[in-house]
Design a protein around this ligand. Structure first.
Ligand SMILES: Nc1ncnc2c1ncn2[C@@H]1O[C@H](COP(=O)(O)OP(=O)(O)OP(=O)(O)O)[C@@H](O)[C@H]1O
Ligand SMILES: [Mg+2]
Length: 298
């Protein structure tokens, strides 16, 4: 476990689905790898795991084989063309209601036995705050919340942040506007949401950069490549490099017992599985009625 204690674990989350989490997880992972870091991407999207497609990798095995005990973590992890190590996800696991309770012991053992040197573990998850998704968000010491400049995405991002802040007392929350026209627009969106957090949750959040809307992202996906590989000079490739630099500049979080043990320990805590979609609905409504008095976000 000695060489895993310095790993920085970052969860890529969102309130609303389809806002660009997987695109960001993949491209951030590749950008960090290109900076000479050792990066592993863990696909924990229990609805529709697809990071392997974005990275152009065929996987014989995935998280489900690991969770069933058929394979070790080492056996399911693959090295992608970009050099990023990938633990492929498995679709349909959402219905495994007690994923942590069922497999906690084997997960702990497997991560503890992982001998490779890693700097970053990027965790791609499903949207929203279903119990297992929230569990991953809580378990990771740091989380980037992806948001688009659309009222539904903003309201759901706020609702998610509210649960993380009020129910779990978490502070390592970073907003990551995606699909924006400019970096400045992203900063303005951050300021609006941060102000609502300060006013209604009594807590500020952090800003970790903006990714612009760029057709090269879709073209890269069609080639099953990261945009850093398919269009290294594109506007969004520049944004991902910037995001990787800002990520690298964050104060490292260290844990005496090793961050992966911390990650799993938090993951299996009983109380991270008690939330349901009711909480999302309540705070979503609250934000809509109180933070948007004139139908506008200020
Ligand atoms: N900055 C961007 N510019 C242009 N297109 C983008 C951008 N970010 C994401 N997309 C497009 O949005 C779509 C959804 O992206 P992605 O699959 O990463 O979302 P997601 O949040 O992971 O979705 P889910 O919640 O289903 O997991 C992709 O098809 C991608 O082409
Ligand atoms: Mg996704």
């Amino acid at each position: 476990m000695s060489n895993t204690s310095k790993i920085q674990v970052i969860c890529i989350a969102s309130g609303k689905g389809g806002v660009g989490k997987t695109v960001i997880a993949v491209n951030l992972a590749v950008a960090l790898q290109r900076m000479g870091k050792h990066v592993m991407l863990l696909d924990c999207d229990l609805d529709m795991a697809n990071a392997h497609i974005a990275l152009g990798t065929q996987c014989d095995h995935n998280l489900s084989h690991f969770l069933s005990g058929e394979k070790t973590l080492q056996e399911i992890a693959v090295t992608t063309r970009s050099g990023v190590r990938l633990v492929p996800g498995a679709s349909g696991l959402k219905h495994m209601a007690a994923i942590s309770q069922l497999q906690a012991a084997s997960i702990v053992q497997a991560f503890s036995a992982l001998e490779e040197e890693l700097d970053y573990l990027i965790v791609d998850i499903s949207a929203g705050i279903s119990p297992p998704t929230l569990a991953f968000m809580v378990a990771c010491p740091r989380r980037f919340i992806v948001v688009r400049d659309d009222p539904l995405s903003i309201a759901d991002a706020f609702a998610t942040i509210k649960v993380l802040v009020q129910d779990y007392g978490l502070s390592e929350i970073y907003l990551l506007p995606n699909g924006m026209c400019s970096q400045q627009d992203g900063e303005l969106l951050f300021n609006r949401i941060d102000r609502a957090c300060a006013n209604f949750l009594n807590q500020s959040i952090h800003y970790i950069g903006t990714i612009k809307q760029d057709r090269d992202i879709l073209l890269a996906l069609k080639k099953c490549q990261s945009v850093l590989e398919s269009a290294p000079k594109s506007l969004c490739a520049k944004d991902f490099k910037r995001l990787a630099l800002l990520t690298e500049a964050l104060e490292p979080i260290s844990y005496a017992s090793g961050v992966l043990e911390f990650f799993i320990e938090r993951l299996v805590k009983e109380n991270t599985f008690t939330r349901n979609s009711e909480a999302l609905q309540v705070s979503r409504n609250e934000f809509a009625s109180s933070a948007v008095p004139n139908g506008k976000y200020h």
